[in-house]
Ligand binder design. Structure first.
Ligand code: ATP
Ligand code: MG
Length: 567
């Protein structure tokens, strides 16, 4: 069963507009067939003003995947034309995240600021062609002149300035003669165009600001819509893939390419952004959570930045499966968070060992088991994948079991331990509950039972059956650990803000279980290593807080799923 076919059916079932996930491929196929594109070249152009998130992962894997598929090239280009917001910390994190995802730009990592000189020359060429002019309008006047969706704009009073004057004024802009906002360079296109982006857009502005790459070299900076096509053209990008909000900017993109006579012309193609239900994806919200100290940085495992997903225990393969399932579409929609959980379960279920861990411990004492005896139980690491081999787990008289696996007065259909009942201890023996101890508050501290030596797992015993199987960890050899359980920090659908402007936080987004016990082979688990804890879910060693003598695990996802692939 192919993932791709499924995706299309899924869109069908949801009654949404069905756009083949191949629509970008079809465009590329056609360009190749017509001989317009000897080598497919794509790029990912992040603005280094924050950490990358799951939506960016989609864009990266799409661009890289297409380059791979067509034997082409994939570039990484930092879109750093706006000097106010960019930070080198973000450049570093972006590089790390893209590498982790597995997208390989080889030696082609660029900065838009590398091309400032070419952009400046491009602006000069436009002026010389009579296609750009310096304007004295203030930002507010510019808005008034621009018109609206229903009314055309008015010509700028400086629109007919001579080429010589424009060249002189633009040079003066570059030389720092003017203050911020005092003058701009506008493209001379059409103030009556129905597309507002074509009404003589600003292409250069004065900004006396230091830039993280070029320092104080420039005090004029190009606008995104002018800069981006030039960046693409210089790098020989054939298919410039971006998100839908740029659809109305495409005529301007094409205008810049045409007027500056770049050949072959790169082609802008838009697709819908990825949105997830029940989680915050917006950089703005995440920034506030980080700044108010509500989360533990951009990589807090409750967030969906790539760094956070990685720390939580997601894998590059699970994200690839996820974006494949989402498909590529032209209509905006939200994808269920449960689908992301489905993908990580699918990826890990056969790859990772299944271990025993007790999250909320009580003691189980087998009163008829010899005090000093230990047996080494040989346990398959993954019953569905014998290739993962076996391990041994020591078994003894005193064990930890999970509190919820024992009840004094069980409800109907409770097949785990209660007085008089017999269950299987996973991979070990049948035990029958004979009693229990409680503390002063009446909480159970110890469960007593007896075992039947004939029932050892693997012995072929079949004289009687039990309905319940519970997991355990030996008290003497257990490894103590902290385990963190997560829920969504903010449900975007229920509203990010309260009426008073505070964030609408989920008080249960983080639960810390500080006294959990793991089987001893987990003592050497390394950062980012993940496991299934039987009956509990998938867990990953926290890369920030886990220490050799104080292991910390994140729950990636529970075992239960509310998401199923449509048949
Ligand atoms: P955000 O506002 O979420 O930070 P952005 O568009 O400002 O996103 P950029 O760094 O400018 O972030 O984006 C880099 C690339 O990633 C762009 O090509 C953009 O279209 C793409 N991208 C951003 N968000 C998404 C998303 N949710 N789904 C798919 N692609 C996205
Ligand atoms: Mg942006």
């Amino acid at each position: 069963m192919s993932v791709i076919e499924n995706n299309e059916e899924q869109n069908d079932q949801a009654g949404k507009e069905v756009v083949s996930r191949h629509f970008i491929r079809q465009i590329i196929d056609k360009d190749i067939a017509e001989g317009n594109c000897p080598v497919v070249k794509t790029r990912f152009p992040p603005e280094p003003n924050g950490y990358l998130h799951i939506g960016h992962a989609k864009s990266i894997l799409l661009n890289y995947g297409l380059a791979q598929e067509y034997g082409g090239q994939f570039n990484l280009r930092f879109d750093d034309t706006n000097p106010t917001k960019e930070k080198t910390e973000f450049v570093r994190s972006i590089i790390e995240d893209i590498k982790w995802l597995g997208a390989d730009w080889q030696d082609r990592m660029f900065y838009a600021s590398d091309y400032f000189e070419a952009m400046y020359e491009g602006a000069i060429r436009l002026i010389e062609k009579g296609k750009a002019y310096v304007s004295d309008l203030t930002a507010e006047e510019m808005r008034e002149y621009r018109g609206t969706l229903t009314e055309p704009g008015k010509d700028d009073p400086n629109r007919e300035r001579s080429i010589a004057d424009n060249l002189r004024l633009f040079t003066e802009m570059k030389e720092g003669v003017y203050r911020d906002g005092e003058k701009v360079l506008r493209a001379k296109i059409d103030m009556t165009s129905p597309n507002i982006n074509m009404r003589d857009p600003v292409i250069y502005r004065v900004a006396h600001m230091s830039h993280h790459n070029t320092g104080g070299r420039w005090c004029i900076y190009p606008m995104y819509d002018f800069a981006h096509p030039i960046e693409d053209a210089i790098e020989g990008i054939t298919h410039s893939i971006c998100t839908l909000e740029f659809e109305d900017h495409r005529p301007l993109y094409d205008w810049v390419i045409r007027e500056l006579d770049y050949r072959p012309a790169p082609k802008q193609i838009e697709f819908a952004k990825l949105y997830l239900t029940n989680v915050v994806t917006g950089k703005r919200y995440i920034k506030r959570l980080v700044e108010e100290g509500i989360v533990d940085g951009w990589d807090d495992p409750r967030l969906v930045s790539i760094a956070a997903l990685r720390r939580r225990g997601f894998t590059p393969e699970s994200l690839q499966l996820f974006v494949d399932l989402c498909g590529v579409s032209k209509s905006n929609s939200s994808v269920d968070y449960a689908m992301l959980e489905y993908c990580i379960r699918e990826d890990l279920k056969l790859k990772r060992p299944r271990m025993m861990a007790v999250l909320d411990p009580i003691r189980l004492v087998i009163d008829n088991y010899p005090v000093d005896m230990t047996e080494e139980m040989v346990i398959s690491n993954n019953m569905e994948n014998e290739g993962l081999g076996t391990r041994t787990v020591p078994f003894g008289r005193e064990l930890y079991i999970d509190r919820e696996d024992f009840m004094i007065e069980p409800p109907k259909k409770y097949f785990r331990l209660f007085p008089g009942n017999e269950v299987r201890l996973m991979n070990a023996y049948f035990v029958t509950c004979t009693g229990y101890d409680t503390d002063e508050q009446g909480a159970v501290t110890t469960v007593h039972c007896t075992y039947d030596p004939a029932t050892r797992s693997g012995s072929g015993f079949n004289e009687r059956k039990v309905k319940g199987t519970i997991h355990w960890v030996p008290v003497k050899q257990a490894v103590k650990a902290e385990i963190r359980l997560y829920e969504n920090i903010i449900d975007e659908e229920k509203g990010v803000y309260n009426e008073d402007g505070s964030l609408n936080l989920n008080p249960n987004s983080l639960t810390v279980l500080s006294e959990c016990y793991l089987e001893p082979s987990l003592a050497t688990a390394q950062a980012y290593e993940s496991f299934q804890f039987v009956r509990q879910g998938f867990f990953c060693v926290d890369a920030k807080d886990s220490k050799a003598d104080g292991l910390v695990f994140n729950r990636i996802v529970s075992l239960k799923s509310s998401f199923t692939l449509p048949k």
